[in-house]
Design a protein around this ligand. Sequence first.
Ligand SMILES: CC(C)(COP(=O)(O)OP(=O)(O)OC[C@H]1O[C@@H](n2cnc3c(N)ncnc32)[C@H](O)[C@@H]1OP(=O)(O)O)[C@@H](O)C(=O)NCCC(=O)NCCS
Length: 163
Amino acid sequence: MTFQLVRATENDLPFIMATERREGYDALVGRWDEPRHREAFADGAHAYFVGIDGSVPIGFVILRGWASAERVTLVKRIAVIAPGQGQGRMLLAAAVDRVFVETDAYRLSIGLFPDNHRARRAYEAVGFKAEGIARGSAFFNGIHRDELVMAQLRPEWEHRQSG
Ligand SMILES: CC(C)(COP(=O)(O)OP(=O)(O)OC[C@H]1O[C@@H](n2cnc3c(N)ncnc32)[C@H](O)[C@@H]1OP(=O)(O)O)[C@@H](O)C(=O)NCCC(=O)NCCS
C-alpha cells in the first residue's frame, strides 16, 4: 500500500467536512461550514492536503501561513478517519516534510487541547515539542479554551533527516 500526501481540491471538501465531523471529534477538533472552507481555500494563506493510502483518503491536514513571509506556519487542523492506527502520524510526518522542503518555513507549530493525549503522542512522534499553554487561545463552541502549543524548528527537522 502506498501512501501519498496530495494537495486537496475543492472536490475534497465533502471528505474533509465529513472527517472533521466524525463521532467523538466535536470536543477535539474544529469544524467549518462549506463557505468558510471555500473562503480559506481561496485566501492564499491556507494549504489543504489529503492523505491517500492506495486510492483511499485517510485524513486531511490544513496548514495556515503556508510559505508565509514570516516563515512561520501553523497546522491549523488535522484529522484522520481511523485514529490510533498510525495514520495520523504518517499524514503529519508527510505534511511536515512538505512544509520544510517546499517552503522557507523556520517554525511549524500546532495547537491542541491539553487533554488530547493521543494527538500529543502522535505529534511528538513526528518531531513536535511541547512549548507551553496558550491560555484562552481557542474560542471553541462558544468557550474560551486553553491550548497546548507544540512546535518544531527547521534545524530540528534537518537534524532528524540526518539521523
Ligand atoms: C490527532 C490524530 C490526527 C492523530 O492521529 P492517529 O492516527 O490517531 O495517531 P497515531 O495512531 O499515529 O498515534 C497515536 C498515539 O497515541 C496513542 N494513543 C492512542 N489513544 C490514546 C489515549 N487515549 N491516550 C494516550 N495515548 C493514546 C497511541 O498508542 C499512539 O502512540 P504510540 O504509537 O506511541 O503507542 C487523530 O487521532 C485524530 O484525527 N483525532 C481526532 C481529531 C483530533 O484530535 N485532531 C487533532 C486536533 S489538535
